[in-house]
Design a protein. Sequence first.
Length: 325
Amino acid sequence: MPRNILCFGEALIDFHSEGRDPQGFPRSFVPFAGGAPANVAVAVARLGGSAAFAGMLGQDMFGDFLLDSLHRAGVDTTAVARTDEANTALAFVALDSHGERSFSFYRPPSADLLFRPTHFREESFRNAAVFHVCSNSMTEMPLAEATREGMRRAQAAGAWVSFDLNLRPALWPRDADPRPLLWPALHLADVVKLSAEEFEWLAVDGEEATLEQLWRGRARLLVVTDGSRSLRWFHPDAEGEMPVYDVPNVDSTAAGDAFVGGLLHRLATLEPGSDQLDHLVSELPRLHAMLRFAAACGALTVTRQGSFVAMPDEAEVLAFMETHA
C-alpha cells in the first residue's frame, strides 16, 4: 500500500470575485474549495499519490461542500472532524490584472481553530510518509500546540514533516510578531518551503544567520520560490539555484500549494529519514528533477482559476515539461 501524505490544517471556501461594477467593486463572488494544506492534499491526489487530510470543518453547507470536494478529488477524509460550535472558514479573493491575489478572511471564529490533539486519529499517522502543515494553523495558541503535537506524532511514527510558512498576516492578532511562535515549528520540520518574501521577512538578522538557526532543528532541505524567477534550495552542506517556468498568470491563489504537492509527491518515493534527504542533495540531477516537476505543477496551476479545481494531473505535468523549457 502506498504511504500517505497527510496534510493538516484549514480547509475553507475561497470566494473568487467576478466582474466589476462602474465603481470597480466585484459584481459577484464564486465559491471554490480551498485552504492551503487541503490544496496540497488535492494536488498530491490529482498527481496519483496517496493523500489524506486532517482538520476540523463546521457542520454547515460549506463544510459539506469541502468534505465532498476532498472526497471527489481522491483525498482520504477519515481524519476530518466536524463541529457545530463554529462555522467553516471563508476567504474572499480579489485578483488584480496580473493574476495576483489579495484575501479578506472571515476567521476567527471558525471551525478549523477548534481542532485539538484529541481529534487526531492515531491510525492516520501509521501509514504516513509525510505530515504537512503551514502557519495558518498556528495563529492561536491551542491550535498551534495541536499542530506541533501532530508534527511530533508524525516523526515518532517515522514520517517526514513538511512546513510551508504560507504567511497570511491578516490571520494573526494585530501588532503580534509571529516569528517566536513559528520557529519551534520550523525546528520540527524536515522540509521547509518559503516564498522569497517570506524568507526576507524571516531573515531579520540576515540569510546566513537564519539558515544557521534553521539547521539547529531537524531541517535538511529548504526551498525558496519566487514566482517566475529562479528558485533557490538550501541544505546544511550545499545550496543551489535553478530557473522555473514563466507562464501567463491567471490566478496565483494555489500555485505555492501545487508546488509543495508536486515536491512531496516526489519525495514520498524515498524512504523517510534525514539521511535520505542528505543523499538526495548529493545526487543533484535527481533533486533538480523533483524541483522541476514541482515547478511545473505550480506553473500549470497559475494558468487556471481556483484552488482544488486548478490542480493538474501527472499526465498534464509531464506533457507541459516536454513542451516548455
